[in-house]
Design a protein around this ligand. Structure first.
Ligand code: AN7
Length: 407
């Protein structure tokens, strides 16, 4: 395998550095997670001039590992940041925004990481691209593999993934294999498959190149707001996105582009909340949830591979972690759609559900961003199962009298 000389991969525990991804994607000495450390920095002037152009992951290529060729891209990033206008129930909070990541090419934030990691996979000579997934990573990997002209293999836990996400991955030409067990079982399987010189390249977020792409979410927020937010609230599953966001913000601070850092608020579903529990217990370590369950299937993860990076992000940012029930998630999902025109998937509504709980404990003038990680078209069945029968009328007269009653 071959890396590029503009970065090293450093172990988050023992600090040992490597020129390229080692076998197994973890530190060969101590087994812990790796992170990308770039040799170059971004100058503040260079950063702020980006405000004038179109946003997107590759607008920040100077802060990304070099891919040495045209990136494998579908136009990811550059998603809208929308101010919440109509949700009066968020009062007294005055400045709540939603970063709508559902607008990415395959409908979730995963595309930010996949464009970078798949581009690097080619540099590493990958033949087959591989991941385990609760759905969105699968769809994203499949799309970028298609774009790169590579085959994709995804393992998903049987019966625990939104049907539309599987169909989407299959439409892009991926081989989708269901396995007995949960996401954690599938991730264990792919991690073993990807080692041993198999030519299978792993694209789950233990692959630190994924997080490089995903950190651009932080960059975009700062460009869109002109400053760092005070709080960023996001759903947490495997812990990749929160780690990536924190990396992005801390880089901007180190480069003196921002002067303050946000507090990160991790939201998990009650039935799958090992990170929230570990953080709130005081960081003694992770106690995995053996049989996680939530209807927000995207975040139905009991043994998050990136728990250490996620806890570090929470601790360093002075953040918060909380759990919300499936009922609260569904209620928030419905309010975002009917109140703001934002149709998000269940996991992506968890931050709003959390804000309902937190609204009296945050400063009322705090600048708060909720990350809406995926589109509502992703788990349509949740809505379809609960939708009322449409009214039905026969003829124009019946329609007129119905409308008179309603409007
Ligand atoms: C919509 O697709 O893990 O904490 O395999 O799809 O970075 O795991 C999805 C995760 C939040 C949690 N929101 O992010 C997968 C997968 C949505 C998601 C998360 C996921 P991480």
């Amino acid at each position: 395998m071959k890396g590029s000389s503009d970065h090293v991969l450093r172990c988050i525990a023992c600090g040992e550095a490597f020129g390229a991804l080692p076998e197994g994607y973890r530190c060969p000495s101590c087994g812990d997670l790796l992170e990308v450390v770039l040799r170059a920095a971004m100058a503040p002037e260079g950063f702020w001039t980006l405000r004038r152009g179109a946003l997107g992951v590759w607008a920040f290529r100077r802060a990304l590992p070099s891919v040495g060729r045209e990136p494998v891209s579908l136009g990811e990033g550059g998603t809208p940041l929308l101010r919440v206008k109509n949700l009066a129930e968020l009062s007294p909070l005055e400045h709540v925004y939603v970063k709508y990541e559902g607008q990415n090419p395959t409908g979730s934030f995963k595309d930010r990481g996949m464009t970078v990691a798949v581009s690097l996979a080619l540099r590493y000579g990958a033949r087959v691209l591989l991941c385990a997934s609760t759905g969105n990573t699968a769809a994203s990997l499949a799309a970028y593999a298609a774009r790169a002209g590579r085959r994709a293999l995804v393992l998903v836990p049987k019966g625990l993934v939104a049907r539309g996400k599987l169909a989407q991955a299959q439409a892009y030409g991926a081989l989708v294999v269901e396995v007995e067990g949960n996401f954690d079982t599938a991730l264990g399987l792919v991690t073993r498959l990807a080692s041993g010189g198999s030519g299978l390249f792993l694209l789950n977020s233990i692959n630190p190149y994924r997080l490089e792409g995903q950190k651009t979410l932080a960059y975009e927020l700062v460009l869109q707001l002109g400053r760092a937010p005070d709080y960023v609230v996001l759903p947490v599953g495997n812990g990749g996105n929160i780690s990536a966001l924190w990396k992005g913000f801390t880089e901007l601070k180190a480069w003196r582009i921002i002067t303050t850092l946000p507090r990160l608020v991790a939201v998990q579903a009650e039935g799958a909340a090992p990170i929230a529990h570990a953080f709130n217990r005081g960081l003694e370590g992770l106690e995995p949830v053996a049989a996680p369950h939530t209807l927000a299937t995207a975040i139905n993860i009991g043994r998050p591979a990136l728990w250490k990076k996620a806890l570090r992000a929470l601790q360093e940012s002075g953040g918060l972690a909380l759990t919300v029930s499936d009922e609260e998630i569904l209620a928030a999902k419905s309010r975002l759609a009917s109140g703001e025109g934002l149709f998000v998937e269940a996991a992506s509504a968890a931050p709003l559900a959390a804000l309902y709980r937190l609204k009296h404990s945050l400063p009322r003038n705090a600048l708060v961003v909720c990350v809406a990680t995926g589109s509502g078209l992703k788990d349509r069945e949740l809505v379809e199962e609960r939708a009322p029968q449409p009214l039905s009328v026969k003829g124009e007269e019946a329609l007129s009298s119905l409308l008179k009653k309603l409007f």
